[in-house]
Write a protein of this length. Structure first.
Length: 126
């Protein structure tokens, strides 16, 4: 809806920005240096996969860039939606205590939020 006339270069810019946002969201959940390093790996792996796929197939990569951007933005939005819950779990972890058990109701709400967010972001950037 917002991106039907975007060039491949603009898609790359959007993918890079959303990848950086995903790395920052992952960093905010990290408690150790190793975890902070690991939080950067998924966006980097996605960029390498998109670049490799684009070169291997000789395509412009629009679909791969769209999917990467979609997934990255959904995860960032969910990180923001669940910020209080995740902050509480991270505080428990830092205190050396066990995280709260996830109930079936919480899992259902998360999956519903994930699906709704995915559809919303797909409509907005599709």
């Amino acid at each position: 809806m917002l991106t039907p006339d975007m060039s491949v270069a603009q898609w790359w810019i959007l993918a890079v920005v959303s990848g950086i946002a995903l790395a920052v969201a992952g960093q905010s959940l990290a408690a150790t240096k190793a975890q902070r390093f690991a939080a950067v790996l998924p966006p980097l792996a996605g960029a390498v996969a998109i670049g490799g796929d684009t070169l291997a197939r000789g395509s412009d990569g629009r679909q791969a860039l769209f999917l990467f951007t979609l997934v990255a933005l959904v995860l960032v939005v969910l990180r923001l939606l669940y910020a209080p819950y995740l902050a509480r779990q991270l505080a428990l972890y830092r205190e050396g205590r066990r995280a709260d058990e996830v109930t079936k109701g919480q899992l259902f709400v998360f999956l519903l939020a994930f699906a709704a967010t995915t559809v919303l972001v797909a409509v907005l950037i599709g």
